[in-house]
Design a protein around this ligand. Structure first.
Ligand code: NAD
Length: 328
């Protein structure tokens, strides 16, 4: 029988959940969504999808997940924002088991496409010391000096994808995501990333009437943030393309963390006193996506303005916090 299942690994997570939703909207099926979390921890879960709880670090679980698979999106990883990845390096590196076992099982199952979600954390740290950085080009990953732990795992797994393609003909595609944000993702608990954390802190200050906010670092570090809809579009475009090298999928709208806070404050209609926690994990000083290559290959780049995406994210987190407070 011909393989026909689209498999989303990490489907209980933020990007995976949105991807399943988007595949359904397009009428693509059958879909299988796989995650290690029990169902009640999935951000999104849909009827008509084969939902499986499996630990994809395990090879037999990967073999089950790959049965009949034609297109595979590997979005499963143990990850979080800077606070998480700086303090959980071994856990982050263990995600190497997921991609390795998935690739082995995908090769045996004869999948047609295999997408791997890499990260801007693969880029050489020495190229990210200046907040006024213009943008990281794909070649800036080498010579290798990625983020310790999480970034090394991503870089190694990128190369596993390359060699499975070159040696075994598995059609792997690799995106280097730069900070993705949006509703239906982690916003508290320690794994959340900057946009969600900033929204949560601003909402908490507003709801409590205590007009103060803690910011990690001096707030001058720069980043770019990609709204989830752009991420989904770029991911599927790359997966079905003939482009085989790792490529940036990220916004090039660079802001300082202080500017991110300005935006959240203006959405909330408050002004907060800023307390800078200089010894908190803050990552590199400057990071942005250079989109020359994606423009050249696809004539497209992520372009949803930060303000537009942050308004939607803020509104969703606000609803979560209000309903959580009511249920207490
Ligand atoms: P997420 O944490 O919301 O989703 C990842 C999912 O993988 C989680 O639901 C988790 O339970 C699942 N998972 C972890 N270990 C597993 C295992 N052993 N078996 C099965 N499932 C397992 O994260 P996300 O933001 O949706 O990220 C998806 C992918 O994109 C990850 O590979 C991440 O490293 C990458 N990425 C994300 C960003 C971002 O800003 N969100 C940036 C760069 C790269």
């Amino acid at each position: 029988m011909k393989n026909n299942v689209t498999v989303v690994c990490g489907g209980g997570g933020f990007i995976g959940g949105h991807l399943v939703a988007d595949l359904r909207r397009q009428g693509i099926g059958p879909i299988r969504s796989v995650d290690v979390k029990p169902f009640d921890g999935w951000y999104q879960k849909f009827d008509g999808v084969e939902n499986l709880v499996l630990d994809l670090q395990d090879k037999a679980a990967c073999e089950r997940a790959m049965q009949g698979a034609s297109v595979v999106y590997n979005l499963a990883a143990d990850m979080g924002g800077m606070g998480f990845i700086e303090n959980n390096k071994a856990l982050c590196m263990l995600s190497v088991l997921i991609n390795t076992h998935l690739l082995m099982a995908a090769k045996t199952a004869g999948v047609d496409r295999f997408f791997y979600a890499s990260s801007a954390c693969v880029y050489n740290g020495s190229k990210q010391t200046d907040p006024s950085i213009t943008g990281l080009k794909e070649e800036d990953a080498y010579p290798a000096m990625p983020e310790d732990g999480y970034g090394w795992e991503k870089l190694f797994s990128e190369r596993m994808c390359r060699h499975f393609r070159e040696d075994y003909g598995v059609k792997t595609r690799v995106a280097r995501y730069h900070n993705v944000y949006g509703p239906e993702g982690t916003w508290d608990g320690g794994r959340e990333k900057a946009p969600a954390a900033v929204c949560r802190k601003v909402i908490a200050a507003k709801l409590a009437g205590k007009h103060e906010i803690e910011i990690w670092g001096d707030g001058n570090q720069t980043r770019s943030f990609m709204y989830i809809d752009d991420c989904l579009k770029g991911t599927q475009m790359l997966t079905h393309s003939d482009y085989v090298e790792p490529i940036n999928i990220g916004s090039s709208e660079k802001v300082t963390i202080n500017q991110l806070v300005d935006l959240a404050e203006s959405i909330a209609g408050v002004k907060l006193k800023r307390n800078y926690k200089l010894d908190a994990p803050k990552g590199v000083n400057g990071r942005n996506s250079d989109n020359t290559l994606i423009q050249k290959v696809f004539g497209w780049e992520p372009s949803i303005p930060l303000r537009t995406g942050l308004e939607k994210t803020y509104a969703w987190i606000h609803d979560q916090m209000v309903s959580q407070a009511k249920s207490k």
